[in-house]
Write a protein that binds this ligand. Structure first.
Ligand SMILES: Cc1cc2nc3c(=O)[nH]c(=O)nc-3n(C[C@H](O)[C@H](O)[C@H](O)COP(=O)(O)O)c2cc1C
Length: 168
């Protein structure tokens, strides 16, 4: 078996955000995908250990913020390699709150979608959050960031908590 075949699956890169009371947190995720069109339904796989997991579970909803291709590595590092338990990830970041109370990033993004979680699937290390898209907006027509561009051009890696992490 050649597990390198997994590298040939394409993804985008997103900031997935949630809220818990009046607190917010977010993380990078590549595992966002549309699973049905009627109703428009998305799924995202989030590691149980991530702080964002706690927030999505508490708030019962999440926003998917679609990253622009020209997003800097510092921004990706903040949301993808640091934990909200150790820092306020939104300090100095431009955002507003959605109707359901989740962060909508106002920088480095082309669009957002909001999902009301109506189903979760326990997949061991991760939880698959599934739900209907209840709000969405396109901000601009900038190129979106793909996982391939992140790896090949930006030379970015995935941390251990990412589903696509591969031991070197
Ligand atoms: C390129 C990339 C892709 C990632 N994809 C996922 C993902 O799909 N699911 C996941 O749970 N974590 C993913 N991660 C890891 C989280 O973003 C990371 O563990 C983050 O620090 C969690 O922050 P938190 O503890 O504040 O929630 C990814 C990270 C990177 C850099």
């Amino acid at each position: 078996m050649n597990l390198k075949a997994l590298h040939q699956i394409s993804y985008g890169l997103y900031v997935v955000a949630g809220h818990k009371g009046d607190r917010v947190n977010a993380q990078i995720a590549n595992t966002v995908f549309q699973i049905t069109s009627q109703p428009p339904t998305l799924a995202v796989s989030i590691n149980r250990e991530n702080y964002t997991h706690e927030f999505i579970t508490a708030g019962g909803s999440l926003t998917v913020n679609v990253l622009r291709q020209d997003t800097g590595m510092k921004f990706i590092g903040r949301f993808g390699f640091k934990c909200g338990r150790d820092m306020d990830k939104f300090e100095g970041i431009r955002y507003r709150l959605s109707g359901l109370g989740n962060p909508i990033l106002e920088e480095n993004t082309t669009a957002f979608l909001e999902v009301r979680v109506d189903r979760t699937v326990d997949v061991g290390t991760h939880t698959l959050f599934i739900g209907e898209v209840v709000d969405a907006e396109i901000f601009n027509d900038a190129e979106v960031l793909t996982y391939a561009h992140y790896q090949l051009v930006k030379k970015g890696k995935a941390p251990k908590t990412a589903p696509t992490y591969i031991e070197e």
